[in-house]
Design a protein around this ligand. Structure first.
Ligand SMILES: C[S@@+](CC[C@H](N)C(=O)[O-])C[C@H]1O[C@@H](n2cnc3c(N)ncnc32)[C@H](O)[C@@H]1O
Length: 261
């Protein structure tokens, strides 16, 4: 039986949890996790761009507020792939400012990211981050808002549908599932693919300047595959969610699907 959230420890002391990679997917997940462990200090120093904050405000913050208006109670929020806690910090600040009570749970399989996230959460009652691989958890249908920011960009094509179906099972009736990322079929998406092609195929002296990511992100870049938002919206519909029009801001897109009350 896969573990449930309640059984997971916060702030584990081990730097890398053991995972014996078997399938191609598992090997890829191990590589992604290793990269986020190794590059953790960089991510911990960086802050999200203004357009990314704006699209998170329009979708995630709005969904939390709408849910509080509808139920009048504390909103339960789950972030999958919480990283170093940028959104935990952002949402908890918005919750204080707008007086919308919430409980935040962040999941991430990179232990140092979870430690940073917990540091940013501080001693907020009811909020924490835990080390967990989303793929190995049992959904418990109790969250009002479930969201992913720049996590689907590390999935393979077949995982988009599996993850969306699984994520929708974490939603309480009336809850909202939100995906924020860059769009695959965009100028940025094409330029990243072209850059990746150059980095993996051409000798260094022929590559010219990298388009977007510094060289040290080369390995992580090989795992990058931005999602196609119309496809995500279609899968959400097939999973029984009511889908809102796709939101766009700067390089970012967001799709919101709501479970019937
Ligand atoms: C690009 S970072 C985004 C972090 C955060 N959402 C943000 O926007 O600042 C992607 C995160 O997803 C996490 N991640 C990727 N696959 C995961 C999985 N299967 N289970 C849990 N976390 C995962 C990585 O460890 C990483 O911290």
């Amino acid at each position: 039986m896969p573990p449930s959230i309640a059984t997971l420890p916060a702030n584990p002391t081990r730097k890398r949890a053991p995972l014996a990679p078997r399938s191609r997917d598992e090997q890829r997940r191990a590589l992604i996790r290793e990269q986020f462990v190794d590059l953790h200090a960089d991510f911990d120093r960086s802050r999200p761009s203004q357009p990314l904050c704006e699209i998170v405000r329009r979708t995630v913050v709005n969904a939390i507020e709408a849910r509080h208006r509808a139920t009048g109670r504390r909103v339960r929020v789950l972030e999958v792939g919480c990283g170093v806690g940028n959104w935990a910090e952002y949402l908890l600040a918005a919750s204080d400012e707008n007086q919308v009570p919430m409980e935040y749970l962040g999941l991430d399989f990179a232990p140092p990211c979870v430690q940073s996230c917990n540091r940013r959460i501080g001693n907020r009652v009811g909020s924490r981050a835990v080390v967990a691989d989303f793929e190995s958890l049992t959904p418990d249908s109790s969250y009002d808002v479930v969201f992913f920011v720049e996590v689907f960009c590390h999935l393979r094509k077949h995982q988009d549908d599996e993850w969306l179906r699984k994520a929708s099972q974490w939603l309480a009736p009336g809850g909202a599932l939100i995906i924020v990322d860059k769009e695959r079929h965009s100028r940025h998406g094409w330029r990243v693919r072209w850059d990746l092609f150059k980095r993996t195929v051409l000798p260094a002296s022929w590559r010219g300047r990298g388009y977007y990511f510094p060289e040290k992100y080369n390995t992580l870049l090989t795992t990058l595959r931005y999602p196609h938002f119309r496809h995500l919206a279609g899968t959400m519909k097939r999973a029984g969610l009511r889908v809102q029009p796709i939101e766009r801001h700067g390089l970012f897109n967001a799709v919101v699907g709501c479970r019937e009350s």
